[in-house]
Design a protein around this ligand. Structure first.
Ligand code: EPU
Length: 439
């Protein structure tokens, strides 16, 4: 049966919430763990569908993995890698598994990895990955939807990315770890998740400097010199931003814990421009609150440290009831306004023209039946449900479960009326008694 979130809007969120480990970091750390002919232990690993898929990718290669729920840790024993293939069934489900390409090249000098293809939010090409690997000396053939890479001897060189792609920076960094000589990636992505991957790789014996800037230098080391390590993943800045938005959306007040405020500087600044109050409660906690109707703002999504595309849909939800007109330009993806039709169904006034959206604030959103079309659009609809008058049903929760651990439990702990229901017949009917006795 298809699970749904049933949300009764209008509750003010208050209290404290703790953020988990960064999904977009931990997936890459898991891929990188196969560089060690032995065990690595990664802490602060959220229990997410995407993490499960990556563990399956590693298991298919012959690595042994053990998830410890109490500790929120994963131990990967990659002493023996018996396969070099990441199959379509897994890569097509989760694009991040394409990062195994660089890791396999470093470890095994060859790899067969399915091409991920496009996804709902855009074409999401991998040409920078391929071009960079070829510049390092890999021989690459694309056959039957798979990348076949042979790289018996990679030689460090200067690489330049046309745009600072997160995935390409990661794959090239991974491949260059065991190349001969130095590799310099220019116009590299600067996201905190890139720094986390570089720190993890250095912890297992790699020699990487400059991560977090636009120029990363990887001095190749011998595979035999890479060694076991324990490592803790950084907090998930997008999950943190999502809870901050939910609190602001309901004019609440809460402390968001286990967050690195510096990772959210741009987003925080935009929330403050909208009228929210933000205080650094502790080095790893942010207190966020809002009292009055928010004020509309404009923003353009950009690579880090600019406004994160992964918080664009959620910020759009805030603008739907803000005072004035806001303009959003989505500069990273061709099709990342998938939340717009459902927000309109909830009463939002949004005009979309290609990658621009003009949002005229309305007084209130109204509850409706809506469906998550991707992870972040899904989270945006949940926040919309929390703001709306009446009841909202959010369908297609598998998208949300990819990136938010215990989402409804954490929101409930803040006072939200949200529950997961497992009933195909539940629906929001105008004028009906929608919530029944369940909440
Ligand atoms: N691009 C190319 N060619 C390439 C690589 C990228 O044209 O070879 C284009 C893409 O099509 C896209 C843009 O460059 O339009 C940015 O892509 P990037 O490679 O930076 O993104 P990614 O590595 O595929 C990661 C996150 C995304 C996040 C983006 C941007 C993971 C697993 N995914 O994707 O997160 O939106 O960086 O910050 O790390 C999410 O968590 O919901 C999510 C989609």
């Amino acid at each position: 049966m298809a699970e749904k979130f049933r949300i009764h809007g209008g509750e003010t969120l208050r209290g404290e919430v703790s953020v988990g480990g960064a999904k977009n970091s931990v997936l890459k750390l898991l891929a990188a763990s196969i560089l060690v002919k032995g065990c690595t232990k990664i802490y602060n690993v959220p229990e997410l569908t995407d993490v499960r898929i990556m563990l399956q990718v590693l298991a298919d290669l012959g690595a042994k993995t053990d998830y410890n729920r109490e500790e929120k840790s994963v131990t990967v024993d990659a002493s023996d890698i018996s396969s070099i293939t990441a199959k379509y069934e897994l890569v097509s489900k989760m694009r991040a598994s394409f990062t195994i390409l660089g890791a396999l090249i470093s470890r095994c000098k060859e790899a067969v990895v399915a091409l991920p293809g496009g996804c709902a939010i855009g074409e999401r090409r991998v040409d920078f990955h391929i071009k960079g690997l070829e510049s390092l000396g890999a021989k690459i053939k694309i056959e039957n939807g798979y990348v076949h890479a042979k790289a018996p001897k990679l030689t460090g060189t200067d690489l330049y990315l046309d745009i600072p792609s997160v995935g390409a920076t990661e794959n090239l960094m991974l491949a260059a770890v065991t190349a001969n000589g130095s590799t310099r990636i220019q116009n590299a992505a600067q996201e905190p998740e890139i720094v986390d991957l570089a720190n993890f790789l250095n912890a297992i014996g790699a020699d990487i400097t400059g991560a977090g800037t636009s120029e990363i230098v990887i001095n190749g080391v011998k595979l035999e010199n890479l060694h076991s390590a324990e490592y803790t993943t950084i907090p998930d800045r997008i999950e943190a931003g999502t809870f901050m938005a939910a609190v602001v959306a309901t004019k609440g007040k809460a402390v968001i814990r286990n967050v690195y405020p510096a990772h959210l500087t741009f987003f925080n600044d935009k929330l403050i421009q909208m009228g929210a109050n933000i205080k650094l409660a502790e080095p790893t906690a942010i207190e966020v609150s809002a009292r009055n109707r928010l004020t509309s703002i404009n923003f353009v999504t950009q690579p880090y440290p600019g406004f994160p595309t992964d918080l664009q849909a959620i910020a759009m939800t805030l603008l739907t009831t803000a005072n004035g007109v806001g303009i959003i330009t989505e500069s990273l993806y061709e099709n990342r306004f998938m939340q717009v039709p459902d927000l309109r169904r909830m009463g939002a006034d949004i005009h979309q023209d290609r990658n621009h959206a003009i949002i005229k604030g309305v007084k209130n959103l109204e509850g409706a039946n809506v469906a998550a079309s991707d992870l972040r659009a899904g989270a945006a609809l949940v926040v919309a449900g929390l703001m709306a008058n009446g009841d909202t049903l959010v369908e297609k929760l598998h998208h949300i479960d990819r990136g938010y651990e215990c989402f409804e439990k954490k929101l409930s702990a803040l006072g939200a009326k949200i529950e997961r229901v497992d009933d195909d017949n539940v629906s929001i009917v105008p004028g009906g008694n929608n919530i029944g006795g369940l909440l």
